[in-house]
Design a protein. Structure first.
Length: 239
């Protein structure tokens, strides 16, 4: 962990760090499939999603205007859902199915804030730190975070389709630093994805900590916390 400067700002990943899905993806995909007359196994859908999601291209569309970005977001997710369903079965009414899924995940009822998320954000503010969300997500994210009581606890919500770059691309971290008025050396990034979050932020010159919610051991040289409630102690040790 770099100690060259005091931390003045913290950026947080969204899904897997501050928020999570309300139910496993496979269960949601299967339940909504039943609503359009299809039968898909939750287990097969979960396995397919785990395989397909990492293989998707970056969720970022530089140089597009807002209407084009909205279309590109839908096309990105439609491609993912088509690939997932192809592994698990068939949905005849696919247009109806995709629309129902896309709308469902736009609603805050599809998401939950982690129990310690609000307190961690409040604690950062009490320390006088600037805060932002930096997420590989689409334009549905700000209203979701607003409904979950997270958006009003951070200074900015930055998402990949809005800024035209996706983690681990340095440009999304540079954008966050600019928005917060900090510097890479004085900004800490926290996230659960080792490559996108920890290595991406580190390559951008930021301090970084890996959030490991029990997914497995990481290298001993990688600063790690196991839940956001450990951030206060982490900051004290590395101030």
């Amino acid at each position: 962990m770099p100690t060259r400067a005091s931390i003045q700002a913290i950026t947080f990943d969204a899904a897997g760090t501050l928020i999570r899905v309300a139910e496993p993806v496979g269960e949601t995909y299967s339940r909504i499939a039943r609503e359009v007359g299809a039968s898909l196994s939750p287990e097969s859908l979960n396995a397919a999603f785990r395989d397909v999601f990492p293989s998707m291209p970056a969720m970022a569309f530089p140089d597009l205007d807002q209407p084009a970005i909205a279309r590109a977001e839908r096309a990105w997710w439609r491609d993912l859902v088509e690939r997932v369903v192809r592994h698990a079965g068939r949905v005849r009414a696919f247009d109806e199915y995709f629309e129902a899924l896309f709308c469902y995940y736009a609603n805050a009822c599809a998401w939950r804030a982690y129990p310690e998320a609000h307190r961690a954000l409040e604690s950062a503010r009490e320390r006088g730190l600037s805060t932002a969300v930096v997420s590989n997500f689409d334009s549905r994210l700000p209203p979701i975070l607003g409904a979950l009581g997270i958006a009003d606890r951070v200074d900015s919500v930055i998402y990949s389709t809005g800024c035209g770059a996706a983690k681990p691309d340095k440009r999304i971290f540079d954008h966050a630093v600019d928005v917060l008025g900090s510097t890479p050396e004085t900004t800490l990034h926290v996230g659960d994805n080792l490559q996108a979050d920890y290595h991406g932020a580190s390559a951008a010159g930021m301090a970084a900590v890996h959030l490991d919610r029990g997914k497995g051991a990481v290298g001993v040289d990688i600063p790690t916390v196991h839940h956001l409630g450990e951030l206060d102690a982490f900051l004290v040790r590395h101030r």
